[in-house]
Structure formats: C-alpha cells, structure tokens
Design a protein around this ligand. Structure first.
Ligand SMILES: Cc1cc2nc3c(=O)[nH]c(=O)nc-3n(C[C@H](O)[C@H](O)[C@H](O)COP(=O)(O)OP(=O)(O)OC[C@H]3O[C@@H](n4cnc5c(N)ncnc54)[C@H](O)[C@@H]3O)c2cc1C
Length: 528
C-alpha cells in the first residue's frame, strides 16, 4: 500500500528501514554514484588545459571545485571535440577539403561521434546525473534488422532478418550438440543426469522439437502474421545451414558476438536530443574559462611552469601557467612543437589511431519503421557500409536520419578517401540494395571521416600490445609540468568514460602534487 509522507513520519520507523522509504518519498537526495571528494585547496594555482573535449572540460570542472584557476585553449569554435552531434548548420573540416555544412531539417540530428552509453559506465552516468542531462534508452540490439551479404550463396544479395539467421543458427548448433551428447561423442565427464539437463537446455535454447531436431519456430518470425478469425499465422521453413554458410552469413562481418561484448550489452543509453548535450552541460559549467578558436602551436616546459604558444584569428599569442593538462589527441599532438623528453616524444608519435567514419542520411519518411517495423538497432553488411544504424529517438515521427554507414579500418580508409559527394553516392547506391525506398525518400546527407577531421585525426587510440607497454607507460607520468589526459590515457579507448576517468585521475595527480597529499585515485584523499 502506498504510504503518505505524513503517515511515514508518524510511524517513526527505524532509521535503517526508513532510508529506502525516504528516498522513495523524495525526502533524501540520492548520494552521488561517484563522489570525488578531495581535500585541500588549489587556490592560487593556474592550470592551463589544452582541448575543450570531455577530458579537458571535466578536468576544469573538478579543478574549479577545488579552487584552481583554469584556462582552456580550444582550437575549434565549439566545445566537445569528438562529441559531435550533426544538426542543421553544423560544420566539419577535413584535410584537403572545404568545410562541409549540414542541411538537415530543424530537430533532426545524428551523432557522428559517440552515440551509446553502456549501463556500467558509471562515471559517464554520474556526470549525466550531476549535470542534469536527461537520458533515454538506446536500442542497440534489434532482431528485426537485417543481414545483407554481397556474395554468391543463395542467401546473398538479399536482405535477411537477423532473427531468421540467429534462430536458425542457434537451432542447428543446438541440434548438432544435442545429438553428439546423446550419442556420447562429447569428450566431457557428464553424469547421466547432467547429460539429460544439458539436452533439455539445448532443446529450449535452440527451439528443438521432441526428437531434438531443429524445424523452425515462430522465433524466426512469420510470413503471415496471426490475426482474427481463422488467421493462425504461418512461419517459413528454416534456411538450410549449408546456404547460411555458403552465403557468408557465418563470417566475421555477421557474428552476433559483437552484441555479447561487455560494452554493447543492453541496457544502453543516449542523451536526449543528441550526445552533444553532455558537452554543452560541461560548457555551461566551465565555458567562461574556454578560449575558442585558439590552436596550440607549441608547448614548452619552463624551469617553473609552462609556456604555450597558440594562434587565434588575430595572430600568435603566448600564455603561461603553473601546470598544464594536454588532452590533444596524440595524432594531432605529434605535429605540435614541444620540449618533452625523448621517451614522451617517441610515445606521442607511436600510438596508432582507428580509422572510422559515419554518414547521416535524412529521409522524407521513416520507411524503415513504416514499411519494415525496424525501430532502432543495426543492419550488418559485408560491403563498404559495414553497419547501418536506425535512430533510437522520435519513433513513429515523420522524417528521420539513419546512419548510412559506420565503418572501420580499411573500409573506413577507402570511404574516407572519397570526396563528400562520392561517399554519399556510394552510401545511397549500396544502401538502396537493402532499402529501395532510399531512391524516393532521400533528402540530404553529411559524412565525417575521423582520420581526416581537423583536430582529431583519428577515431580513438588503438593500442597494440607494444604501444601499450612502451608509449602508454611513458605518457602516464607528467613531463615536468605537463600532464597527459584523454581517452588515449586509459583502457577505455573509444568511450567517453575514458575521457572522464582520465580527467579525474589527472586532477587527483595534480592535486596530490600541489597539496603534498597522497591521493589514490579513485579513492578520496588524506593529507599527510
Ligand atoms: C566515431 C566515434 C564513435 C564513438 N562512439 C562512442 C560511443 O558510442 N560511446 C562513447 O562513450 N564514446 C564513443 N566514442 C569515444 C568518445 O567520443 C571519446 O572517447 C571522447 O569524446 C574523447 O574525449 P577527449 O576529451 O579525450 O578527446 P577529444 O574529444 O578529441 O578532445 C580533444 C580536444 O582538443 C582539441 N584540440 C585538438 N588539437 C588542438 C590544438 N592544436 N589546440 C587546441 N585544441 C586542440 C580538439 O578540438 C578537442 O576539442 C566515439 C568516438 C568516435 C570518433
């Protein structure tokens, strides 16, 4: 029975039992999931932060709470760095090309950078909560999307619903294993009882019939949906295992293991209205300290402090500070003058970055929803597109932007080497093999090639074992007065959580130095 505030106060329940009830009644503030309570003050110290991405702004935000004075130099005219939601009027500049401007309709957008927040990225979720950023569920996994294999097999060159392949493959593999176990052909020490239990499990897992054979079920969808009267619905025969294999649908491009990956497991979230809402919330807190349009040209450690040369629209300028946090991606930093130690200098030049790109395509009509019942999720292909993402917002709306490709490595390189018009043409040509509606409904597009995007020059740090051992270790220590932060300074590459974790670690390191404390990140501090 629901209890009123007054009833609750009258009952005088014990404190322990009272806590959850008080929370439910909104009488207590929830404790921050990830409090960062350092002791001591940084008043009087000036920290220069290079880059107003999430790492730079989160560092300034936390340092500000501790009393430090911060100045952030940002080359772009916007905050957020790789957090880039493309909407009407957004621009992006790639090497060797004129700036591109998005012509999407008002209210339409796509996330060219981050689009998903895993449920276990507590620090990202913590900041969303602390800064009041509304979140919504991001639908990362959808059985109604397609596999599209360009190739020779009988299931190639046509779209096949993911649910058909998932359930057929699950059924056939369960059948094979159940038969092998039944015939004692599996080299495992199993009691008769265990064997029976595993076979029962496989029957349920694979949707096998009483004979332990896979014969398809409604899990793989209907060719005629059930309805009223005598419409009982009908399901198709399963695809043959040999056809699935020869059509390439069991190749790496289509493994569904990506969905099992820790970071991609549901529940996933996104910021309502675009991921740049997160950057904007930080900008609201630290924006007064950001100097936009200031491209860092040189970073020089001095006997004490640090001196940085940057260029804005009026010319070259210099600024000094006690300490510096450099969050510039290593691909960009390697072209900036500095007087770092040889080890640090080598490390900066050595870390490879992911080549990756996306295109947003605006359509007059959400045909993927209206005609094909696809609400969010990803279609996989083995061609240049790699993946198509359907929007996880504005369901049943009129227009929509889908991500026409999100590709990596060689495919991203080839796509990125094309000019904007050619990329769009290829995305439309290949995409209309899956959705012929493209031809009628397309309005406008915008592509981002991250390895060519100015001030990013790559998707994210892609550490090899050798680079992790040598370069990563070298960059963990400050080079005199300069600290390195950003996603590349973590094991959370390709995630905003990396930027936040590294910001906090760097703030903890700086605060320990300034206040002569031992601070063990992520724990709280104690003055010695
Ligand atoms: C395609 C793509 C998809 C992603 N998907 C996800 C996702 O789904 N979920 C997720 O959590 N994360 C995702 N990420 C990762 C996430 O975007 C990054 O980890 C995070 O934004 C990095 O923040 P940062 O502050 O370390 O770096 P940045 O955002 O790169 O910030 C560095 C800043 O330095 C500035 N700068 C560069 N050069 C100079 C200079 N010379 N002078 C002054 N300033 C300079 C830049 O303009 C930039 O603002 C994705 C990234 C990409 C590219």
């Amino acid at each position: 029975m629901p209890i009123s505030r007054r009833d609750f106060l009258r009952t005088g329940t014990s404190a322990i039992a009272a806590y959850p009830a008080m929370m439910a009644l909104g009488m207590l503030r929830t404790a921050p999931a990830h409090a960062f309570d350092l002791e001591g003050s940084g008043a009087g110290k000036h920290v220069l932060i290079l880059g107003a991405g999430l790492a730079g702004m989160a560092a300034a935000y936390e340092l500000g709470k501790l009393g430090y004075r911060c100045t952030i130099l940002e080359a772009r005219t916007r905050a957020g760095g790789r957090v880039f939601s493309v909407r009407k009027g957004s621009t992006n500049r790639e090497t060797g090309a004129a700036a591109q401007t998005a012509a999407f309709d008002d209210g339409q957008y796509f996330n060219a950078g981050p689009s998903r927040i895993p449920h276990h990225h507590e620090l990202t979720l913590h900041y969303c909560k602390e800064l009041g950023i509304p979140l919504q569920v991001y639908n990362n996994i959808n059985e109604a999307t397609y596999y599209f294999s360009e190739g020779k097999g009988p299931l190639s060159n046509k779209k096949v619903r993911v649910r058909e392949i998932h359930n057929d493959v699950r059924g056939y593999t369960a059948e094979l294993l159940a038969k092998a176990i039944d015939q004692g052909k599996v080299d495992a020490e199993l009691t008769k009882e265990d064997t029976q239990k595993i076979i029962e499990f496989l029957r349920a897992e694979g949707g096998l019939d009483i004979d332990k054979l896979y014969k398809a079920s409604d899990r793989r969808g209907f060719i005629e949906h059930p309805g009223a009267g005598n419409k009982s619905g009908s399901i198709a025969n399963p695809h043959k295992l040999a056809d699935i294999i020869s059509s390439g649908l069991m190749d790496p491009d289509f493994y569904n293991v990506a969905e099992y990956a820790y970071e991609l497991q549901m529940t996933m979230f996104q910021a309502v209205g675009g991921m740049d809402t997160i950057a904007k919330a930080f900008e609201k807190k630290v924006g007064k300290d950001v100097r936009f349009g200031c491209e860092v040209k040189s970073i020089q450690n001095q006997a004490e402090g640090v001196s940085v040369t940057y260029k804005d629209k009026t010319g070259e300028k210099q600024i000094t500070a006690d300490l510096c946090i450099c969050t510039i991606p290593l691909t960009v930093l390697s072209n900036i003058e500095h007087n770092f130690s040889p080890d640090v200098s080598r490390a900066i030049d050595f870390v490879p970055y992911m080549q990756t790109g996306k295109i947003g395509l605006q359509f007059k009509r959400r045909f993927w929803e209206e005609d094909e019942q696809i609400y969010g999720g990803i279609t996989h292909t083995n061609n240049e597109l790699a993946q198509l993402f359907y929007p996880s917002y504005d369901y049943l709306g009129k227009k929509g932007i889908l991500i026409g490709y999100y590709n990596f490595n060689e495919r991203a390189k080839k796509m990125g080497d094309l000019d904007f018009a050619q990329r769009q043409q290829l995305a439309l040509e290949k995409g209309s093999l899956i959705h012929p509606q493209y031809k009628q409904e397309f309005e406008t597009g915008f592509s981002v090639c991250w390895q060519k995007t100015e001030y990013s020059l790559g998707g994210w740090a892609l550490y090899t074992a050798a680079a992790r051992k040598a370069s990563y270790t070298a960059l963990q220590q400050p080079d005199k007065q300069v600290y390195f932060a950003g996603e590349h300074m973590t094991y959370l590459n390709a995630w905003m959580a990396g930027a936040f974790e590294s910001a906090r670690k760097t703030v903890a390191d700086i605060h320990a130095r300034v206040t002569a404390q031992r601070v063990a990140y992520p724990a709280t501090s104690s003055i010695v």
